[in-house]
Design a protein around this ligand. Structure first.
Ligand SMILES: [Zn+2]
Length: 509
């Protein structure tokens, strides 16, 4: 791109032409299948108009994703990523980091996703047997834009093993992102790729970053190790769902929130061959979604998929009399929706206590007709239910650990009532656990419990070593809720006030 630079001296206006080349890297992250407009997320059709207009104005734009692309809306989940990839193709998205949720259906879909035009990049995902990258992923790619060679090194977060069902990442090792990045930066800088040394090296990562809104300070442990590396020109981050734009130790960092609510841009300005400057930016669509135009191509493709799946998605499950929101930012507390879900599992499996990790619940339900598609939005994951038996002593400590958990590791519950007191860091501390009917939990007595297989198998750091007679119920969590709601038809918000609080918590409700 050519720019006219004008300098005014005291006497003459001197205009001269400098050849600056701009390359734009446009990124989204943690899209989570939010194909259709919802709340502050404009949906893919509107996003596409914005992105394609940007690409028209800046032809040297490379479009990427920092991972966690699918697992949200029913259309995205049922099509196992195919709809999202088809729509990514319509905005020219070519490369993606491997997010933890890319493993939710095992690794069998990567080959198809790569073939569809979204190439997955991860330098730190290694096959334990060969010590090399598995066949379905590439450590890096060099893309040519604006006459420049831009290297994108893919990096997964070290949090992947702790937030993925172990069976889905069997045989894989997640290496330290900084160590892997260093190895491939060296490879690239030495010109060992057949295209020669790149003009810029960008880390396309699903590594989380955070930013203090007041001070603008960017932070993140895993990020710090990356910004400490030599030869990194910018870092694209993800996973934390935050809006991040600025510099960490002088290295430009960008992350565009989540669900397509924003788009991130890295503008690379070259002075001849030299990369002169990288400017990160996040463009948010808050409050704009309503007035944004929609791309007819995206709508048409979405409609094709909808027709194919309409019988299932549009099936009425029940009627809700009130909204049942689910705010993940308040996930340490029991919510009516969380309780209803756990109640459904408790009822359908006949156990005394049910727990569901907050991370399994992705969104709330609105009052009115609830369809199977809506329930899929709540539970995009194919979690199965596991029932088990454990002593009252183990149950009490399990509940304390599971409900007091931090971040998204806490659980919703049914079957027990908890007395809490304010603890450290604004969190609640559980001081007493009883059965929901007010009966005491006796240390030596056995109780029956049900949880999603994801946490039973150690997901989110949960530990069920004390469980006995574990039994996989081969009905998905989602379908258990559907069966429970279908049997009731008209649903009110359950009253949970008596189950979680700082009152005396004694006697029957
Ligand atoms: Zn993630």
């Amino acid at each position: 791109m050519k720019k006219i630079l004008c300098l005014a001296s005291s006497l003459v206006l001197v205009c001269f032409q400098v050849v600056w080349a701009d390359v734009h890297i446009m990124t989204i992250n943690d899209f989570h299948g939010w194909v259709e407009e919802s709340g502050s997320s404009p949906g893919m059709a509107k996003l596409a108009v914005f992105m394609n207009d940007y690409r028209r104005r800046h032809p040297d734009t490379v479009v990427v994703s920092a991972g966690d692309n699918y697992q949200g809306e029913a259309l995205s989940t049922l099509s196992r990523g195919d709809l999202v990839n088809a729509l990514f193709g319509l905005v020219g998205l070519q490369f993606s980091a491997v997010g933890n949720h890319e493993f939710d259906w095992g690794t069998e879909h990567f080959a198809r996703w790569n073939a569809s035009g979204v190439q997955y990049l991860a330098a730190n995902v290694v096959d334990r047997k060969t010590g090399q990258a598995p066949a379905w992923v590439t450590p890096y790619a060099i893309v040519q834009a604006g006459g420049k060679k831009i290297a994108l090194i893919g990096l997964s977060t070290r949090e992947t093993p702790g937030s993925t069902a172990p069976k889905h990442i069997k045989g894989l090792r997640f290496e330290d992102a900084a160590l892997s990045a260093r190895r491939w930066i060296r490879h690239l800088k030495q010109g060992r790729d057949r295209l020669g040394a790149p003009d810029a090296v960008i880390l396309l990562s699903h590594v989380p970053s955070f930013q203090d809104r007041a001070t603008g300070l960017i932070f993140g442990d895993e990020l710090s190790a990356l910004t400490g590396l030599k030869g990194v020109d910018a870092i694209i981050t993800g996973h934390s769902h935050k809006r991040v734009t600025g510099r960490h130790r002088g290295v430009p960092v960008v992350q565009a929130g989540c669900f397509g609510k924003a788009v991130g841009v890295l503008r690379l300005e070259f002075d001849g061959r030299r990369l002169a400057r990288v400017t990160p930016e996040v463009i948010e669509f808050k409050g704009m979604a309503g007035s944004m135009p929609a791309d007819p191509g995206v709508l048409a493709v979405t409609e094709t998929y909808r027709k194919r799946m309409s019988g299932l998605i549009d099936r009425t499950v029940c009627r809700l009399r009130t909204d049942l929101p689910f705010e993940r930012s308040r996930d340490e507390q029991l919510t009516p929706l969380g309780y209803l879900i756990c109640k459904a599992i408790q009822t359908q499996t006949g156990v005394q206590v049910a727990l569901v990790n907050n991370g399994a619940i992705r969104r709330g339900l609105k009052a009115g007709i609830v369809t199977y598609g809506h329930i899929m939005g709540v539970f995009p994951f194919d979690d199965y239910v596991v029932t088990m038996r454990m002593s009252g002593k183990d149950l009490t400590s399990l509940i304390k650990a599971a409900v007091e958990g931090k971040d998204m590791r806490a659980c919703q519950f049914a079957g027990v009532r908890l007395r809490v007191r304010p603890g450290t860091g604004g969190r609640q501390r559980i001081v007493a656990v009883q059965l929901e009917n007010g009966d005491a939990i006796r240390d030596e007595t056995d109780y029956t419990v049900a949880v999603p297989d994801y946490i039973f198998e150690g997901g989110d750091g949960h530990n069920f070593a004390a469980a006995r007679d574990a039994h996989y119920v081969y009905v998905q969590l989602r379908d258990m809720l559907v069966e429970y709601l279908e049997a009731r038809r008209d649903i009110d918000a359950p009253d949970i006030a008596r189950l979680y609080g700082n009152g005396p918590g004694r006697g029957r409700p």
